[in-house]
Ligand binder design. Structure first.
Ligand SMILES: NC(=O)c1ccc[n+]([C@@H]2O[C@H](COP(=O)([O-])OP(=O)(O)OC[C@H]3O[C@@H](n4cnc5c(N)ncnc54)[C@H](O)[C@@H]3O)[C@@H](O)[C@H]2O)c1
Length: 289
């Protein structure tokens, strides 16, 4: 299904990235295997070649914009075009917020958010000019729903949802579709976090098939696909119907009193862009004059 396509997978020297590289290659895509060390990138590129695929290894940190630009140039030089970017590289620096240093917070945001922004920016122009592109951000349940000890990681992962929302809107007319994957897998990252029985079910290879839906010709855009153990579900950022309270002196007290109505999910929607919120607010205010 991906014959003739080319893909860059960041952080593909192990874990999920390795499984993604092998999976996309098995569907016919040529793969640029990125990781921080030459050894890790070359090892997985060789694995892809050994399994009958085509792969290049490229060592670069996703946080190094000059190195990432050079990496994209190398892929363009080798293959002429880049169809797919999977922003997968990531790190953890878990600690409760009370014990977390700001330096650790910055490092995590830098790798996940700035790394994905730098890689997406580097492929954006070539994709835009060609009128085709598929970008996947790797988010996490930790960002979507929170996890103890992961304030830095969760914030960075949720930021990737925000990056996806706008890149999907801006990329639409150029054929660039941008989606998020929220994986669960037994990797270096989850050692000691999950029990042994669960880890067995959570092979990274059970996540990678999610990519076919996100990068294929018929891919959606602005989707958040949750994947683990062979189970797939979608997450959404929704907006409730809400209530018009107005601007009387007791507006605050009314918000408190009508909390259940404001939170009621019966008529909630998934806005197609951010301004939908403002439109609905103004509409509600105009309705009462
Ligand atoms: N494993 C899970 O359950 C899980 C859950 C949610 C999200 N994720 C996300 O999935 C992605 C892959 O995680 P994983 O579980 O395979 O972890 P992993 O630690 O096994 O792999 C991460 C890879 O990224 C590479 N990397 C780190 N910093 C880099 C940098 N600056 N530049 C390039 N490469 C870099 C590492 O060398 C490593 O090979 C991450 O973004 C992670 O946050 C994983």
């Amino acid at each position: 299904m991906l014959d003739g396509k080319t893909a860059i997978v960041t952080g593909a020297g192990g874990g999920l990235g390795r499984a993604h590289a092998l999976y996309l290659a098995s569907k016919g895509a040529k793969i640029l295997v990125n990781d921080v060390t030459v050894d890790a990138a070359e090892r997985i590129a060789q694995e892809v070649r050994d399994s009958g695929g085509t792969a290049l290894a490229y060592a670069a940190s996703v946080t190094d914009d000059a190195a990432i630009e050079a990496m994209v140039s190398a892929a363009l030089q080798a293959w002429g075009h880049i169809d797919i970017l999977v922003n997968n590289a990531g790190i953890l620096r878990d600690k409760s917020f009370a014990k977390m240093t700001i330096a650790d917070f910055r490092t995590v945001v830098d790798v996940h958010l700035m790394g994905a922004a730098i890689c997406s920016k580097a492929v954006w122009e070539p994709m835009r000019q060609r009128g085709f592109g598929r970008i996947v951000m790797t988010t996490s349940s930790s960002g979507l729903y929170g996890n103890f000890g992961q304030a830095n990681y969760g914030a960075a992962k949720m930021a990737l949802v925000g990056l996806m929302q706008t890149l999907a809107i801006e990329g639409e007319k150029y054929g660039i579709r941008v989606n998020c994957l929220a994986p669960t897998a037994a990797t270096g990252m989850t050692e000691g976090v999950l029990d042994a029985a669960s880890l067995k079910m959570l092979a990274p290879e059970r996540v990678s098939p999610a990519l076919l839906a996100l990068v294929g010709d018929d891919a959606p855009t602005r989707s958040i696909l949750c994947a683990g153990a062979g189970h797939f579900a979608a997450a959404n950022i929704t907006l409730t119907h809400g209530a018009y309270v107005g601007i009387a002196a007791d507006a605050g007290e009314q918000v408190v009193a009508r909390w259940d109505e404001i939170k009621d999910r019966d008529q909630e929607i998934v806005p197609t862009y951010g301004f939908v919120q403002a439109e609905r607010e103004v509409e509600a205010a105009k309705a009462v004059g």
